[in-house]
Write a protein that binds this ligand. Structure first.
Ligand SMILES: Cc1cc2nc3c(=O)[nH]c(=O)nc-3n(C[C@H](O)[C@H](O)[C@H](O)COP(=O)(O)OP(=O)(O)OC[C@H]3O[C@@H](n4cnc5c(N)ncnc54)[C@H](O)[C@@H]3O)c2cc1C
Length: 819
């Protein structure tokens, strides 16, 4: 008789695929022994059993991606020694090919960054590429990028080995046990109920249910926007002489990966125009299942795949396999504590990387659960980054087809998804479009990226890593901000009214800066966790004694709201109202901002009557708006918070009044270039939960001695007491005006690699590309070292001389802002 289910477990994991077993394994490694895994059918029966088992890095663009990847590759290579169960890992090597100059350039930008983060990737010649992959028709290849340590593993063996390791650590695994309900009380997960009615009470419930996770989560009100899609590989009959040690090859041009499979060749597709599978829900009884291949749809894609290995057409097809895999709206997984339910965690939505990234994901989640904070930057994978829009059937239906191809194809820094657009639009959208806006997408918002002279010209002629067709128009916006005045629609900024008797106590507990200020004051502050790592950077404006406005970037919407709600104490009275949809935010900035505002408002806008970092309600024409005198671009100006029913009228009034002042609309590219000239930080872009405000140069906004302290105060006090940090965020300006920066470029000090840029843009006023990044030394990074050192930035393999600075290179004394 099978072992009976326990009545209680410290942690119940739902799902026995790669992710569930990885999470169990890593939890037991951290000492959590009372772990139960419940699997509906047999281990691996969902998606894991049919994965191709590539353990290859791909093109990684963040530290977090590198850390997750290398953890898995290294674990799978050594797991057998620990558990006695082989993983089938073989380091046959991994080859990415580039067959156009833009791809070569992209890879040359990415490779040094990946090398810095433990991935031994290097460029090889077309001849060397052809030698490594003799079966390929590689005549058009300009360069190869090779990682000898990467390879392939057997996904079922990997999972069984992890399961064995988890059991050795104390975990219990139950198959044929389906969870039908996540039990809750007062917004907290308390356990699960199985299909045969048994209840397991648990302190933590972890959803690792693969493509079933969305529907399972929905039963408990949890938003998990993922969608299964058809995913194909073809295996040919045996090809004489094909080596078992053939490296895995990936080709963005044919959207295909290639590897040896029992003497034949596997051609795996990541085709553009993929097919979502079962939009209305995954069948409960789909186990070790396959999908009937749609030959008509994939025929042209297979043809393209074969074009790289035409000799493979000489043998027959052993199998065209189609299986479902979960994809998320932004191609990053869903990981972390769920905002809807306390003590409920999730790891799913693996976007076809759930074997190779399964271990890293399980490791991150396990640490997050045990330590209370994640060990790596999780801003890009945190499940709380989505709103419920992205889980709607229509969104999944429309975005789904784009995802596979996007995952594999060639990328550019300013590319947006093309499907499921227009989800969140400011009421100014039509006005901005008519004014020539080109829109990009972020977190489902339509954001004006830059403005063309006419709407017809608002398109990208050719994607490129060098200057694109809009560069000069963007330069004009930038110039207008520094010389005249610009208007930016910043409605995507998230806005929360935080009110009630204990609103001040809550916000002050979260904030490093002092927010118990007089009504009418605007405070810039970081929020940090117990270890001093960033959780947000934002402004808090005290509107009244018990009424605050919290404004934060759209990428932090869910995280900021969750953090506030989770920290309200049982005896506190605070309400949090998300006012984002009802308020249009219009930013007016530039030396002529006051002249413009004076033309439309009767308020006293002098520096004395309306100083920097204060807020007032003022009239603009017929309308009353909340004006915040604050800047993210380093110029005089105001954020106008306009009720959306007045916003178009206010926009028209400002546009009309600004005509003789040189007013221009400006977009996100200009926001970025302006803020980087001022070296302003941005949580989730250049600082994250693994960075702290002291090293990030934001110590001025940390009030260690404020009454009552704040969360993370002691950690920051310890960091500060160590003196000048060894790692510090610096601003860099390239001395050569030609090269462009996008982030991830390596930083060299006196010939030694000391860090990488987080983000870059073109500083039109400073006359070259600018970026910010952390540089780390073995000794304190003093101003003397910064100022006297020889700094260089690696741009696609070329070391470009740069100026480094601790203080902003543009207007360090804030004279333009405080005037
Ligand atoms: C054709 C193809 C090729 C692929 N190739 C690769 C590759 O080369 N490399 C790579 O890294 N990835 C690859 N993948 C992706 C990889 O297979 C997945 O990302 C990975 O298997 C996901 O693991 P998972 O644990 O999230 O999901 P699953 O393996 O589906 O596991 C989820 C488990 O949860 C169980 N479950 C669901 N609901 C319940 C419930 N209510 N109660 C109890 N149990 C439940 C299911 O039975 C299932 O076993 C490929 C995928 C496909 C389709």
């Amino acid at each position: 008789m099978a072992n009976p289910l326990p009545a209680h477990a410290q942690t119940v994991i739902i799902g026995g695929g790669s992710i569930g077993c990885n999470t169990a394994y890593h939890l037991t490694k951290l000492g959590m022994r009372d772990v139960v895994v419940l699997e509906r059918n047999r281990l691996t029966s969902g998606t894991t059993w049919h994965a191709a088992g590539l353990i290859v890095a791909g093109l990684l663009k963040s530290e977090a991606e590198c850390e997750i990847y290398t953890h898995g590759r290294d674990l799978y290579a050594r797991l057998e020694q620990e558990t006695g169960v082989p993983t089938g890992f073989r380091d046959v090597g991994y080859l990415q090919i580039a067959s156009n100059p833009e791809r070569v350039h992209e890879m040359r930008r990415a490779a040094p960054f990946m090398r810095r983060h433990g991935i031994n990737i290097y460029e090889i010649s077309p001849e060397e590429t052809a030698e490594l992959f003799p079966i390929g028709d590689l005549g058009d290849v300009l360069a190869g990028f090779y990682i000898p340590e990467d390879g392939r593993a057997n996904p079922v063996d990997v999972t069984m080995s992890l399961a064995k390791g988890a059991r050795m650590g104390g975990a219990r695994i139950f198959e044929d046990t389906s969870v039908i309900e996540i039990l809750t009380r007062n917004g907290t997960a308390t356990g699960v109920r199985t299909a045969d009615g048994q209840v397991i009470a648990a302190e933590n419930v972890v959803i690792c249910g693969g493509m079933w996770s969305r529907q399972l989560g929905a039963t408990a009100g949890i938003n998990l926007p993922l969608q299964a899609a058809e995913h194909y590989y073809l295996i040919t009959d045996k090809i004489d002489g094909l080596s078992r040690d053939l490296p895995v090859l990936e080709d963005p041009k044919t959207y295909t990966y290639y590897r040896e499979e029992v003497g034949g060749l596997m051609l795996g597709l990541f085709e553009p125009g993929a097919a979502p599978w079962k939009l209305d829900g995954i069948p409960e009884d789909f186990s070790f299942g396959e999908i009937e291949p749609d030959w008509d749809r994939v025929g042209p894609h297979l043809e393209r795949a074969y074009s790289r290995v035409p000799s493979a057409l000489n043998v027959g097809v052993r199998k065209l396999f189609c299986g479902p895999e979960s994809f998320t709206p932004d191609l990053a997984p869903l990981v972390g504590p769920t905002p809807e339910l306390r003590h409920c965690w999730v790891a799913c939505g693996m976007n076809s990387l759930g074997i190779l990234n399964g271990a890293g994901t399980g490791m991150v989640l396990a640490h997050w659960m045990v330590d209370g904070v994640p060990p790596i930057d999780v801003t890009g994978i945190n499940v709380n980054r989505f709103t419920r829009n992205e889980a709607t059937r229509a969104f999944r239906r429309d975005r789904g087809p784009e995802l596979l191809g996007k995952m594999f194809g060639q990328h550019f820094h300013n590319e947006s998804f093309e499907t499921a657009r227009g989800v969140k639009r400011s009421v100014l959208y039509d006005r901005l479009k008519a004014a020539g806006a080109y829109f990009s997408e972020s977190h489902s918002w339509e954001l004006p990226d830059w403005f063309a002279p006419t709407p017809e010209q608002a398109k990208i002629e050719t994607y490129s890593w060098s200057r694109q067709n809009w560069f000069d128009w963007h330069a004009e916006e930038h110039r207008a901000a520094r010389e005249d005045v610009i208007l930016m629609d910043m409605s995507s900024m998230s806005k929360f009214l935080v009110q009630g008797r204990d609103a001040c106590a809550l916000l002050n507990r979260l904030s490093c800066n002092e927010v118990d200020v007089d009504p009418g004051r605007v405070v810039y502050t970081a929020w940090v966790n117990e270890r001093g790592g960033f959780e947000a950077d934002l402004t808090v404006t005290r509107l009244e004694q018990d009424k605050f406005l919290v404004v934060v970037g759209e990428n932090s919407h869910g995280h900021t709201e969750m953090r506030m709600r989770r920290h309200i104490r049982a005896d506190e009275f605070v309400t949090i109202t998300d006012t984002t949809a009802g308020i249009t935010q219009i930013n007016i900035h530039g030396p002529k901002a006051r002249d413009l505002m004076r033309k439309v408002s009767s308020a006293d806008l002098s520096n004395a009557a309306f100083p920097f970092m204060t807020a007032q309600e003022i009239d603009v024409g017929y309308f009353n708006v909340l004006a915040l005198r604050v800047t993210y671009v380093g110029e005089l100006g105001w954020e106008l918070h306009v009720p959306s029913l007045h916003a178009v009228q206010v926009y028209d009034l400002l546009t009309e009044a600004g005509q003789d002042l040189g007013l221009r609309n400006a977009g996100m590219q200009t926001l970025s270039s302006l803020r980087l000239e001022k070296a302003y930080r941005d949580f989730g872009v250049d600082v994250d939960n693994t960075d702290n405000p002291i090293e990030a140069g934001l110590g001025f906004a940390v009030k260690l001695d404020k009454p009552g302290g704040f969360i993370g105060r002691d950690a920051l006090a310890t960091i500060k007491s160590a003196g000048v940090p060894k790692t510090r965020m610096l601003q860099f300006l390239l001395r050569d005006p030609e090269p462009l920066l996008y982030g991830n470029e390596l930083i060299y000090l006196n010939g030694q690699e000391v860090g990488h840029l987080q983000v870059g843009a073109y500083g039109h006023t400073l006359g070259g590309a600018v970026g910010i990044g952390f540089a780390g030394l073995d000794e304190p990074l003093t101003a003397e070292i910064v100022n006297s050192g020889t700094w260089e930035i690696d741009v696609a393999g070329d070391r470009v001389p740069a100026t480094a600075a601790l203080k902003p290179l543009f207007d360090p004394a804030m004279e333009r802002v405080k005037c």
